[in-house]
Design a protein around this ligand. Structure first.
Ligand code: C5J
Length: 221
C-alpha cells in the first residue's frame, strides 16, 4: 500500500514493505563523553539531542515491521583496513590510540559499539564500515536489494559527515532517502543547518527532510 511521509521539498510516497530505517554510527565513540568525538575537542551534548528522537523512530519502525539496519564506523585491530591518509587525521587524537573507552574506532572495543539506548536486536543487521559512507566496502547495497528496498529513512551522526555521505551514495544508487532532522546530529550547528538544506535544495537533489513526528505519523496504521 502506498503511503506518504510529510516532508520537504514535497511529500514522499513510500511503501512499508520497501522501506528501511538506517541508523548511522550511533556509537559510544561519537555520542558519549570520553569518546573519539570529545577527544577531538567537540561538545557531545550537541549530538546527543538525536538520541531520544531516534528511540521513538526506532520503536515505530520496529512496530511497523520495517527492515532496520545499524552501522558502525571502525577498523580492524591491526588497522589493515584503515587508509594511511585517514590514520593521520584528527590533529589531537588518532584512530587506534588508547582512550577511556578502549582503542578509538577499533572493532570490538567499548567505544566502537552502539549506545545501549539504540542497541540492535536480533534480526537487525549491523554494517561495519571502514569509511564515512555506509555503501563503501560493505554489503549494505546487497542487503537492501535482497529485501527489495527503495526508500531509506536515515538517522544518526554526524549529519554532515557519515549521514549525508551515505545519503549521497544511496541517491546515486537509486534509493529515495528521507532524513528526520531531529534524528541526526552534528557538533557544529551551522553544519547541521546547511547539510540538511543541501539535501532538500533544488527540488530534493539528494533527498527529503522532515521530522521524527512525520515518520511516526507516516508509519501509523
Ligand atoms: C565522523 C561520522 N564524524 N560517523 N564520523 O568522523 O560521522
Amino acid at each position: 500500500m502506498t503511503r506518504q511521509f510529510n516532508a520537504e521539498p514535497f511529500a514522499l510516497n513510500f511503501d512499508k514493505a520497501s522501506t528501511a530505517l538506517v541508523i548511522i554510527d550511533m556509537q559510544r565513540d561519537f555520542v558519549e563523553p570520553g569518546g573519539f568525538g570529545e577527544a577531538l575537542g567537540n561538545d557531545v551534548s550537541l549530538v546527543r539531542t538525536a538520541i531520544e528522537p531516534c528511540i521513538t523512530v526506532l520503536k515505530a519502525a520496529r512496530d511497523a515491521g520495517l527492515l532496520i539496519i545499524h552501522t558502525r564506523e571502525g577498523h580492524r585491530p591491526d588497522l589493515s583496513d584503515c587508509p594511511p591518509a585517514k590514520l593521520t587525521r584528527g590533529g589531537k587524537t588518532f584512530i587506534g590510540e588508547k582512550g577511556p573507552k578502549g582503542r578509538i574506532l577499533i572493532r570490538g572495543e567499548a567505544g566502537h559499539d552502539i549506545i545501549p539506548e539504540l542497541y540492535p536486536i536480533a534480526g537487525e543487521p549491523i554494517i561495519d564500515k571502514p569509511g564515512k559512507g555506509a555503501f563503501y566496502q560493505t554489503d549494505l547495497h546487497l542487503i537492501l536489494q535482497n529485501h527489495n528496498i527503495k526508500t531509506l529513512i536515515v538517522c544518526g551522526v554526524t549529519t554532515e559527515v557519515c549521514v549525508t555521505t551515505t545519503v549521497r551514495e544511496a541517491n546515486d544508487r537509486g534509493f529515495e532517502c528521507v532524513i528526520p532532522e531531529d534524528c541526526v546530529g552534528s557538533y557544529f550547528p551551522e553544519f547541521q543547518k546547511y547539510a540538511l538544506e543541501m539535501i532538500k535544495a533544488q527540488g530534493g537533489i539528494f533527498g527529503w527532510v522532515n521530522h521524527s513526528k512525520d515518520i511516526i505519523e507516516g508509519l501509523k496504521d
